[in-house]
Design a protein around this ligand. Structure first.
Ligand SMILES: [Zn+2]
Length: 499
């Protein structure tokens, strides 16, 4: 037999489409060609495979070797194919029986001495192998992550020799049986932030309905402390959500650590971040911060300091919950259903409105500063609130605030009502759904009309008032939206006029 085919997988976004690694040994001068990869990567793959085979005392065939990675148009980062290419060469040259190959998939980078090194995207590949009904042989270091795909048959291996022994029926690889899912996530606690009762209340409303938030206040008022603790009051991730989060992180540059299973992501990119870092990119498209924040929190501190392009790039994903990245011929889609929590100073110096009166910013400078957040983006932020400096008494008081768990209990109950009623959080209600699910009583309706005229709210903002009012009513366990709920919701749009 001079031909062998080994099953493997590429990465496309967070999917892992199948790749057939076909190895053909032909007559002619000894050579080693790999079709379907960029030149530089081909050279590296050839060197690693040749060295690993030699080191393990296999014969490197003195034939014309052609490796074809099919289909040709798939993006492939090459090192994952080292193991299937090596196995294909051994099988095509008769050094390994082909009998064991069907029903199994392989991925892994080879060191020059034949050890297997972890590759990117193990979870995505394991999910796809599971769907195809095949076992998955991969480097030991990838096993904890791959095993998050419950029911997948994961066969970790340390070296090429172990895989060959397994396929030859000499020493079967043991299915991975380690600890798969760790216990619940732990976040820093809400109770550690003193005072700021109104801000905490607004964050509870935001958490209940998955609303985006902008906090405006001088430095040192606890804005970032509150943001970092926000994931802790959000409902626990469902298994399906946790799997999506893990799959996205598993294809990112830093990978996914299985001990973070079930944790809501919290991403806080610096304001110098580029649009590509935020929305994703690269020759082999990788997820950006907004996708790494999928099902979690994206915290943008000093919002006006971000590049305008960067902020504009957020608008579409904020509506659609996903992002498309096109780079050259390659395109990828990533989910990006994040909850935006943003913060900013009230003026360039940060002390506008301060009792000390040390702010010297002119009204024009302040307007220009706030103007950096475009109207359409500001419109998409459901809740805007002022975070005042804490009063001295609050700072001196012993910690007596509610802990995150207590707040989360109320949030979870409110969220449960939403899922039962409309199968989605309030922030995602479309305009027709708002007509259906956000009925106000007569008093509430009058208040709303009055506010609409007085605050010159856009139609979009009007819908946002109703969505937030719905969340407030849900927290109170009320089926209808009453005036008090509308009143609180309008409070959170009061700052609209300054954007
Ligand atoms: Zn100022």
């Amino acid at each position: 037999m001079t031909v062998a085919t080994v099953a493997s997988r590429a990465l496309a976004g967070i999917d892992a489409p199948e790749v057939s690694v076909e190895v053909h040994l032909g007559p002619g001068l000894p050579s080693f060609h790999i079709v379907g990869l960029p030149d530089t990567e081909v050279r590296e793959a050839r060197d690693r495979v040749r060295a690993a085979l030699n080191h393990a005392h296999f014969e490197f065939p003195a034939r014309r070797i052609t490796v074809n990675l099919a289909p040709a148009e798939l993006p492939k980062d090459s090192s994952r194919f080292d193991l299937p290419i090596a196995l294909g060469i051994l099988a095509a040259s008769g050094q390994l029986s082909q009998q064991g190959l069907p029903g199994q998939e392989f991925a892994g980078e080879l060191s020059l001495t034949g050890e297997l090194r972890a590759v990117r995207g193990a979870l995505a590949m394991a999910l796809a192998a599971r769907a195809a009904g095949r076992s998955f042989v991969l480097p030991e270091g990838n096993a904890p992550q791959a095993a998050l795909a419950q029911g997948a048959r994961i066969l970790p291996a340390r070296s090429l020799l172990e895989v060959v022994a397994h396929l030859a029926g000499e020493a079967q690889l043991e299915p991975y049986s380690g600890e798969v899912r760790s216990s619940a996530a732990s976040y820093a606690d809400f109770s550690e932030v003193k005072g700021q009762q109104q801000v905490k209340r607004a964050l509870e409303v935001a958490a209940a309905g998955s609303h985006s938030v902008l906090m405006i206040g001088p430095p040192g008022t606890g804005k970032s402390m509150l943001a970092a603790r926000f994931p802790g009051i959000l409902p626990a991730l469902s298994d399906a959500e946790a799997l999506e989060v893990a799959a996205i992180h598993s294809v990112s540059a830093h990978g996914f650590d299985a001990v973070r299973w079930g944790e809501r992501p919290y991403r806080a990119p610096h304001h110098s971040a580029s649009a590509a870092a935020l929305v994703g990119g690269g020759a082999l498209p990788r997820p950006g911060e907004i996708s790494l924040a999928h099902h979690g929190v994206l915290f943008l501190d000093e919002l006006p300091e971000f590049d305008r392009d960067v902020l504009e790039a957020l608008r579409e994903p904020l509506e659609s919950g996903r992002v498309s990245i096109a780079r050259a011929a390659r395109q990828a889609q990533f989910p990006a259903r994040f909850q935006l929590v943003a913060a900013m100073n009230p003026c360039p110096c940060g002390h506008c409105g301060d009792r000390s009166g040390r702010c010297r910013c002119t009204p024009e400078r302040i307007a220009r500063y706030r103007g950096r957040i475009s109207g359409p983006l500001a419109d998409r932020i459901d809740i805007k609130l002022e975070v005042p400096p804490p009063r001295e008494a609050e700072l001196l008081a012993p910690i007596s605030a509610e802990c995150s768990a207590a707040v989360r209990e109320r949030v979870e109950e409110a969220r449960r009502l939403q899922i039962e009623r409309q199968a989605k959080p309030n922030a995602l209600l479309g305009s027709r759904e708002i007509d259906r699910y956000c009925a106000t009583d007569r008093e509430g309706d009058q208040l709303l009309r009055h506010a609409l005229a007085r605050l010159l709210l856009s139609a979009r903002a009007y819908h946002r008032v109703l969505r937030v009012a719905r969340s407030i009513a849900d927290l109170a366990g009320k089926a209808h939206i009453a005036a008090e709920h509308v009143a609180e919701s309008i409070q959170y749009r009061r700052l609209d006029a300054s954007f």
